[in-house]
Ligand binder design. Structure first.
Ligand code: GDP
Length: 588
């Protein structure tokens, strides 16, 4: 059978999909109908729905492919002209938490930043430049915790070289593997810095062996990965590491055109009082100058001020240069591509077109896979966890949202993000959350006193965090609380009633013989007569030869005092089947 690929940009109409699959529209509508979707010929289906339908129809020779229509990082490949010039490498330092990324950048920059960080974790992507052998190297300081997977993924896309920091006394850890995978996905060159070699317990060879098990073969062992043993703290071998970075950059022949309109990526954005939008950009092509008009996603602006990474004014930024600018009308999103345009009118028009394209993409799919799965899943017992996310910058909001989505809820909880935004928690957030069982999470933002009062009055939980994994832990905990507890019952033993001494409305005293197992105070029992269930009792005390005891076992006779919720007329020969019941809170 001939293989066929259908490209889907955002969504596809029923008509288009039917044509592409060589089916009649009625046939396709029929299949959708069988899956609980009433569709018309012009209805748009998203990628996942189309895929599910294709699977449902058992079509095997058709492959669906997502066509990327965004203007984001991934489709950022420009053919270079002959006039392209060498540019500095863009390097991201990644690795497991506490393996020494911050210390490495710190020592490299002779700048102390470790102490300023909340929870000792780098919270935002930032960029630095340093000079080695008279050549510039651009570093992206990517956050360390796994929760920042999203940012790091974007980070990797901008990156030519990933320096993976592995502590020689700890070896390869989950985030090391993640970093390796990101580097590979981003097609970046990998250099490994085996750190903390000054430490007792550091074992460079073992770390190398560990790394080669994860697909990174050291050059020394005939592989192709440069591994430099370093001590970030003691400033050992760092020059060698920088040499290797430059060597790798030379091999890669990193170049960019400069006589084209400036372009690049948004790597951070936030609002500042008195300045408006403050946006960090990494220029990837052309030269960006103050006074120029730029567009990023659905916003645009005129570069009002431009500073280098150290906060010094900069008139012109060449490729691989990180800069901070003001002048965007609204905050562009993290990872948005920016380009320079000739005037304000063009900028406004392009931003509008981008906004429309983005709106089309989300709005056009009027049947999503979520709907489809919901419809297929008749008995949907999932619970919903509603959240509002506020953060200090867009990058952190994106990270929090992405990380929340990564929490595995085992299909039992649906995460519903009511809204997200940059800035302090405000009245509107509380309004939105009120009455809706919604938790407001703030990341690196504050809650004005009046808002706190308002939230308390309306019973809206407002929680702010400075460290993302604490926020995630809380969210996980909240979700666990939504889960129904699991009830576990365990059979314990059986007694045959030989005499009933007293029966009151809510209590019984009786005696009998233990046939199997045991009975202890606190056990529950089902009362059974001729295989029929009469009710449930709770054992309050156990007696043997008129003495209170802790247990009565098989073969023994004794007396029991029991509690009931409704009167049970116990009779000779009834059976009491003892059991315990525990509620187990489910965890995620
Ligand atoms: P990050 O989470 O990867 O950014 O790790 P940090 O840079 O914050 O380092 C974590 C801890 O390891 C800190 O206490 C550092 O002082 C320590 N550390 C980092 N590099 C070295 C090193 O080369 N030698 C030693 N002995 N300690 C180091």
């Amino acid at each position: 059978m001939e293989e066929k690929t259908i490209q889907i940009a955002g969504s596809i109409t029923v008509d288009e999909l039917a044509t592409a699959l060589g089916l009649s529209v009625t046939e396709l509508i029929g299949t959708l109908f069988k899956n609980g979707i009433v569709a018309t010929i012009n209805q748009r289906l998203d990628y996942e729905t189309a895929q599910i339908i294709i699977d449902e129809l058992g079509i095997e020779n058709v492959k669906l492919e997502r066509k990327n229509t965004s203007t984001k990082t991934s489709d950022f490949h420009r053919e270079l002209s002959d006039k392209a010039v060498t540019r500095p490498p863009v390097v991201a330092v990644m690795g497991h938490v506490d393996h020494g990324k911050t210390t490495l950048l710190d020592t490299l920059l002779h700048k102390k930043t470790v102490d300023d960080e909340a929870g000792g974790i780098t919270q935002h992507i930032s960029a630095y430049q340093l000079k080695h052998n008279d050549r510039l190297i651009t570093f992206l300081d990517t956050p360390g915790h796994e929760a920042f997977a999203a940012i790091r993924q974007h980070g990797a896309m901008l990156t030519d070289i990933v320096v993976i920091v592995v502590a020689a006394d700890d070896g390869v850890k989950p985030q090391t593997v993640e970093a390796i995978n990101f580097a590979k996905t981003a097609n970046a060159r990998i250099i490994v810095a085996i750190n903390k070699i000054d430490r007792e317990g550091a074992d460079v060879n073992r770390t190398m062996a560990d790394l080669s098990q994860h697909g990174l073969q050291p050059e020394e062992w005939g592989g192709d990965i440069v591994m430099v043993p370093i001590s970030a703290k003691m400033n050992q071998n760092l020059d060698q590491l920088l040499d290797m970075i430059l060597l790798t950059a030379d091999i890669e022949e990193l170049k960019a055109d400069i006589d084209i309109p400036a372009e690049g990526l948004v790597i951070e954005s936030h609002m500042e009082v008195g300045k408006g939008s403050v946006v960090n950009l990494l220029v990837t092509g052309g030269e960006l100058k103050t006074g120029e008009f730029i567009v990023a996603g659905n916003t645009y602006g005129k570069v009002r001020t431009m500073l280098d990474w150290q906060g010094k004014p900069k008139g012109k930024a060449t490729p691989s240069t990180p800069v901070t600018i003001t002048g965007f009308k609204e905050l562009p999103s993290f990872g948005d591509r920016f380009i320079e345009v000739k005037d304000e009118k063009t900028a406004r028009k392009m931003a509008l077109l981008n906004a429309q394209a983005a709106a089309d993409e989300t709005a056009s799919a009027n049947v999503t896979s979520g709907d489809l799965l919901r419809m297929m899943n008749v008995a949907d017992n999932t619970k919903t966890f509603n959240v509002i996310i506020k953060g200090d910058v867009l990058g952190s909001v994106t990270s929090v949202v992405d990380s929340l989505k990564l929490i595995d809820t085992k299909g039992e909880i649906t995460l519903n993000i009511v809204s997200t935004g940059v800035g302090d928690i405000n009245e509107n957030d509380v309004y939105m959350a009120a009455g809706g069982n919604t938790v407001i999470y703030g990341f690196n933002v504050s809650v004005p006193v009046n808002i706190n009062k308002m939230a308390a009055r309306d019973g809206v939980p407002v929680r702010t965090y400075k460290v993302i994994y604490e926020l995630l832990d809380d969210a996980k905990h909240e979700m666990e609380n939504l889960l129904d507890a699991e009830i576990i019952e365990e059979d314990k033993g059986e007694l045959k009633v030989l005499g009933v001494f007293r029966t009151e409305k809510t209590s019984i005293i009786a005696g009998g013989e233990m046939l199997t197992g045991d009975v202890k105070p606190g056990y529950l029992a089902r009362v059974i007569r001729n295989k029929k269930y009469l009710g449930e009792v709770e054992v309050t005390s156990v007696q043997k030869e008129k003495m209170d005891v802790n247990v009565l076992v098989a073969g023994e006779t004794g007396g029991l005092a029991m509690k009931t919720t409704s009167k049970i007329e116990l009779a000779i020969n009834d059976r009491l089947k003892f059991f315990t019941r525990e509620e187990h809170k489910k965890s995620l």
